[in-house]
Design a protein around this ligand. Structure first.
Ligand code: NDP
Length: 263
C-alpha cells in the first residue's frame, strides 16, 4: 500500500486526508493519506524517509524549509521559494508548488484580468504573485510592514506599505493575510477598501473555513466574491496528479474531491 501524508504543524483540522482518501476509495487505489505533525522544520525529509512515503503535502510553517531540503525543485516553485508537494522518484524527493496553479485555476471565471492588488506578503502571496506575473498580469503587493516586501521588490513587483499606498482601480483584490482567520480584523485600513471596492470587480480571500470581514465588505459593495475553497481543492487535484504521475483523469479526480467541500 502507498502511504502519503500532510506534513505541518498544526495538521489536526486539515481536510487533505478526506480529499485524497475519497478518491482512493472511489477508484480502488491501494493507498492511504494521513496527517503527521512535524515540529522541527529541519526534520521534514528525515520524516519523509522514515515513514517510507510515496508523496506528501507540506503546510504551515514548513513550505520554505521543504523547498530547501528537496533533492530537486521543479516548475514555478523555483521562483516562489516554497513547495507544498513532495513526490518520491526512486531515491530522490522532488518538490513542487501547486498552491500557485491551484489559485490560478480557481480564478478562471474572473477573466479577463489585468491589474491585481494582493494584500499581504507571506508565503501565499509569493505563490499568487509569481503565477499572476508569469501569466502577464500587473501585480501590486500591499503589506502593513516592510520586511517581507523585499522578496517582491527584487522580483520587480510594485510594492507598497500602508504608509506609501494610494488606492486606485483594480480588476481583482486578493486577501492573503491571516486577518479575519481568528478575529474580525480587516487586512488593511477600512479607508483603503472603501476607496478601492467601488472601482474593483472581483474580491478573493484565500481563507476558506469562515466568512471573513473582508469578503463581507466586498459583498456589501456588490463585488463578485470568492473564498479559498476552490484554491484548496485545485491544489489537491494537482498534487494528486503529481503523486500518481498523471495516471488518473484529472476531471474525475476533481469531481470525486468536490463533494468534500460541498462545492
Ligand atoms: P504568512 O504568515 O506567511 O503571511 C501572513 C501575511 O499576513 C504577512 O504579510 C503579514 O504581515 C500579514 N498579516 C497577518 N496578520 C495581519 C493583520 N491582522 N493585518 C494585516 N496584515 C496581516 O501566512 P501564509 O501566506 O502562509 O498564509 C496566509 C493565509 O493563507 C492563511 O490564512 C492560510 O490559511 C491561507 N492559505 C490558504 C490556502 C488555500 O488553499 N486556500 C493555501 C495556503 C494558505 P507582516 O509581514 O506585516 O507580518
Amino acid at each position: 500500500m502507498l502511504l502519503l501524508t500532510l506534513l505541518g504543524n498544526p495538521v489536526a483540522h486539515s481536510i487533505s486526508p478526506r480529499l485524497h482518501n475519497s478518491v482512493f476509495k472511489a477508484l480502488k487505489i491501494d493507498a492511504c493519506y494521513v496527517r503527521k505533525a512535524v515540529e522541527d522544520s529541519e526534520a521534514l525529509l528525515k520524516t519523509f524517509w522514515e515513514m517510507n512515503l510515496s508523496g506528501a503535502n507540506v503546510t504551515v510553517p514548513h513550505k520554505e524549509a521543504a523547498y530547501a531540503q528537496c533533492d530537486e525543485v521543479r516548475g514555478l516553485a523555483k521562483q516562489i521559494g516554497a513547495v507544498n508537494t513532495l513526490v518520491r522518484e526512486g531515491t530522490r524527493v522532488i518538490g513542487y508548488n501547486t498552491d500557485a496553479e491551484g489559485f490560478y485555476m480557481s480564478i478562471q471565471a474572473f477573466e479577463p484580468l489585468n491589474n491585481v492588488l494582493i494584500l499581504g506578503a507571506g508565503g501565499t502571496a509569493k505563490a499568487l504573485a509569481v503565477i499572476l506575473k508569469e501569466r502577464g498580469l500587473n501585480v501590486t503587493i500591499l503589506n502593513r510592514s516592510h520586511a517581507r516586501l523585499e522578496f517582491f521588490k527584487t522580483q520587480g513587483f510594485n510594492v507598497q506599505t500602508w504608509e506609501t499606498f494610494s488606492p486606485q482601480a483594480y480588476d481583482l483584490i486578493v486577501n492573503t493575510t491571516s486577518a479575519g482567520l481568528k478575529d474580525e480584523a480587516l487586512p488593511c485600513p477600512l479607508a483603503f477598501l472603501e476607496a478601492i471596492f467601488p472601482q474593483t470587480r472581483f474580491a478573493y480571500d484565500v481563507i476558506y473555513n469562515k466568512p471573513t470581514p473582508f469578503l463581507a465588505l466586498a459583498e456589501q459593495n456588490h463585488l463578485t466574491c470568492k473564498d479559498g475553497k476552490e484554491m484548496l481543492l485545485y491544489q489537491a487535484v494537482l498534487a494528486f496528479d503529481l503523486f500518481f504521475a498523471q495516471r488518473y483523469d484529472r476531471e474525475n479526480v476533481e469531481a470525486l474531491m468536490r463533494p468534500v467541500f460541498d462545492l
